[in-house]
Ligand binder design. Structure first.
Ligand code: BES
Ligand code: ZN
Length: 457
């Protein structure tokens, strides 16, 4: 079988593939917002129909949250499982978008053509690169190069709450020789990267209540405790002056990097200045003694993702609010235990609470960091295949983001997972005006065709 014929078909089919992606991007499958439940369902249905057209036996499978799409198709090569997610992040602040986030289009930019819309990069565009590679293969040869299980999730962006039970209940069905995950990016927006470690994530929501109703700040200010003052004082103490997180036992399980790994990362030539300059900054904000690449890939963080309370509308209102809120998340590395950190963080906050304020907690994401083994022979095969498609050779890299399933393939199903993707740093994932370069989409499809060919050989 000739790979060239498949690659040529991918090239000719690119406009039709782009149209299909645009159709999927029109479905506002925001998993975290219950108002979009039916839309998540519709995105799952769309994928079921699309996979059926490739001869995949596929179903939408219910969970207590959004459905999983699971499909199987036979083929000659090894048995691989492909994972991607069809849910997307919320779009707010909507006023910062230059177009309707769910009315995607191809745009010409200074850096080339892009597909603009929520989910174009994270992760609908990426998951479609794999499906399109399969479509081209099937069109050329009538079959796929490998036996493939498709596993598409609709809750990744909300911390994958149904994932672990689903994987445990369907373990026999989901087991394969290797998992492929397409939900990460290129290294420095140009070199293909196989991610070897991902951070975990713990999400916490805090509500502090002071007075039992909103008050006039002239009548009560100074006497009644303001919960926003309590919240900001506590969160203001999350870091010391050297960027070290103050929650007790927080650093338990954070590994010391080997000199070998540090040297390998140093050799990647990451451009720290450009990385911050691209977002209008110049001074790294993390721990004093750590390089920026280590901060992103190998050190834990605490971030305030949202903080509100009182009057935040236009104009001004002299209110002393009854409640103040924050959403705080921690990125975790090594063997840091998200449950233990949840417990220690809550105790640390509550110990600083004035006696007549109340606190309420809401749990969000809770997944440990994951470390990928690269010993499976498919890793070297994929690295070679990727280096044939891209001008720069493929690198083993870390990833600051979190993909809860990445570690569960090993811990629940006993299989290795390989993470590759084509996103660029300026894709604005999770932000207004998300885009996916047409180059990422096109070369991503071609890359998967090459990887599949290498794996089936
Ligand atoms: N695709 C991202 C993960 C990612 C982020 C990869 C940045 C490469 C670079 C994924 O969809 C994501 O955003 N995950 C969430 C997970 C969370 C909600 C559990 C994240 O990292 O915040
Ligand atoms: Zn994603």
């Amino acid at each position: 079988m000739s790979l060239d014929a498949v690659l040529a078909r991918i090239d000719t089919d690119l406009p039709a593939a782009t149209d299909r992606l645009i159709e999927l991007l029109r479905i506002p499958s925001i998993s975290t917002d219950p108002a979009f439940k039916a839309e998540c369902d519709r995105a799952a249905d769309w994928l079921v129909t699309d996979l059926q057209s490739l001869g995949v036996t596929v179903e939408k499978r219910p969970t207590p949250g959004h459905p999983m799409v699971v499909g199987h198709v036979d083929g000659p090569g090894p048995h691989i499982l492909f994972y991607g997610h069809y849910d997307v992040q919320p779009v707010d602040p909507l006023e910062l978008w230059d177009r309707d986030p769910f009315d995607p289009a191809i745009e010409e930019t200074a850096k080339g053509k892009v597909i603009r819309g929520r989910g174009s990069s994270d992760d609908k565009g990426q998951l479609m690169t794999f499906i399109e590679a399969c479509r081209a293969w099937k069109a050329e040869y009538g079959t796929l190069p490998c036996k493939i299980t498709f596993f598409l999730e609709g809750e990744e962006e909300s911390g994958s709450p149904s994932l672990v039970p689903f994987m445990k209940e369907n373990a026999e069905e989901l087991k394969a020789d290797l998992a492929l995950i397409c939900d990460t990016g290129l290294f420095q927006s140009k070199a293909p990267a196989i991610m070897t470690m991902l951070r975990g994530l713990l999400g916490e929501e805090i509500t502090i209540t002071g007075p039992d109703k909103d008050l006039h700040s002239g009548m009560y200010g100074g006497v009644a405790m303001n919960p926003a003052r309590v919240l900001t004082r506590i969160l203001g103490g999350l870091f010391d002056d050297h960027g070290v997180i103050q929650v007790p036992e927080f650093y338990d399980g954070v590994p010391v990097l080997t000199e070998e790994l540090k040297a390998q990362w140093e050799g990647l030539g990451f451009d720290y200045d450009a990385f911050l300059q691209d977002v209008g900054l110049s001074i790294p904000a993390g721990e004093d003694s750590v390089t920026p690449l280590e901060m992103i890939w190998a050190r834990p963080t605490a971030e305030i993702n949202g903080i509100w309370g009182g009057y935040t509308g236009d104009g001004f209102k002299t209110v002393l609010p009854s409640k103040a809120h924050a959403k705080v998340s921690f990125r975790l590395v090594g063997t840091q235990d998200p449950q233990a950190i949840r417990k220690n963080f809550r105790a640390w906050v509550e110990a600083q609470l004035p006696a007549d304020c109340k606190i309420a907690w809401t749990d969000h994401s809770c997944s440990p960091a994951s470390q990928m083994s690269t010993e499976h022979p498919a890793f070297e095969a994929a690295r070679m295949a990727l280096s044939d498609e891209w001008p720069d050779p493929a690198a083993y890299a870390g990833c600051g983001g979190s993909i809860p399933i990445a570690g569960y393939f090993k811990t629940i199903l006993g299989m290795d997972a390989m993470l590759v993707g084509w996103g660029k740093d300026d894709d604005q994932i999770h932000s207004p005006n998300e885009k996916y370069d047409l180059e990422s989409f096109h070369k991503g499809i071609r890359s998967w065709a090459r990887i599949l060919a290498a794996m089936s050989a």
